[in-house]
Design a protein. Structure first.
Length: 193
């Protein structure tokens, strides 16, 4: 097998195994309210006082420690259609916050999201990475995180969350140098014969 063929096959398999990006748009949510007496969408469920939503392999959890079980709610915001108020401190309590994780755990990359908020702190894996306020786009890329946390005082509407699953694969430079060393040794052995 020629080196070019081997390299092409390796690059193809690496590209095929890499994660693809997805945008969480909440397009299947069409009602004004979910929870607290309003029906939940198929992708939602309660876990004690918390309300969980799943889309495309990711989970948004509305943590409402001061809400009664089944009372936490998510409502459509007034910022624009399909922008949901994932954190409503007025309805769900001042200690409410939202987390974004992969379903079943694991690392992910965040490219950005749209927001409209009174004031919210953004943390990645427990470390404060910024603050959002008013309307805008979070465009600070975060790579290889396990949890994004958004807290706020009164409201936080988010939409178009651009994420992708991440893996702990060996970095390309190390893999490439080992592979090339192996090819050189194989070529040397073949030429010697």
């Amino acid at each position: 097998m020629k080196l070019n063929t081997i390299l092409a096959a390796l690059c193809f398999s690496m590209a095929a195994s890499s994660a693809s990006a997805t945008v969480l748009e909440f397009s299947k949510l069409t009602e004004m309210m979910y929870g607290d007496g309003f029906p939940l969408a198929d992708s939602m469920r309660y876990d004690g006082p918390n309300l969980k939503y799943e889309e495309s392999g990711f989970q948004l959890t509305l943590h409402a420690p001061n809400a009664a079980p089944g009372a936490a709610n998510v409502g459509s915001g007034t910022f624009e259609p399909q922008t949901y108020n994932w954190h409503d401190g007025l309805d769900n309590g001042s200690d409410t916050f939202v987390t974004l994780t992969r379903i079943g755990g694991g690392l992910f990359n965040l490219s950005g999201f749209d927001y409209f908020a009174d004031w919210s702190s953004i943390s990645a894996d427990g470390k404060l990475v910024g603050v959002i306020q008013d309307a805008g786009i979070w465009a600070t890329a975060l790579t290889g995180i396990m949890e994004l946390r958004i807290s706020s005082g009164a409201f936080t509407q988010i939409d178009n969350i651009d994420v992708e699953a991440s893996t702990r694969a060996v970095g390309l430079p190390g893999t490439l140098s080992l592979m090339l060393a192996g090819f050189a040794a194989a070529g040397f052995t073949r030429r010697r014969r």
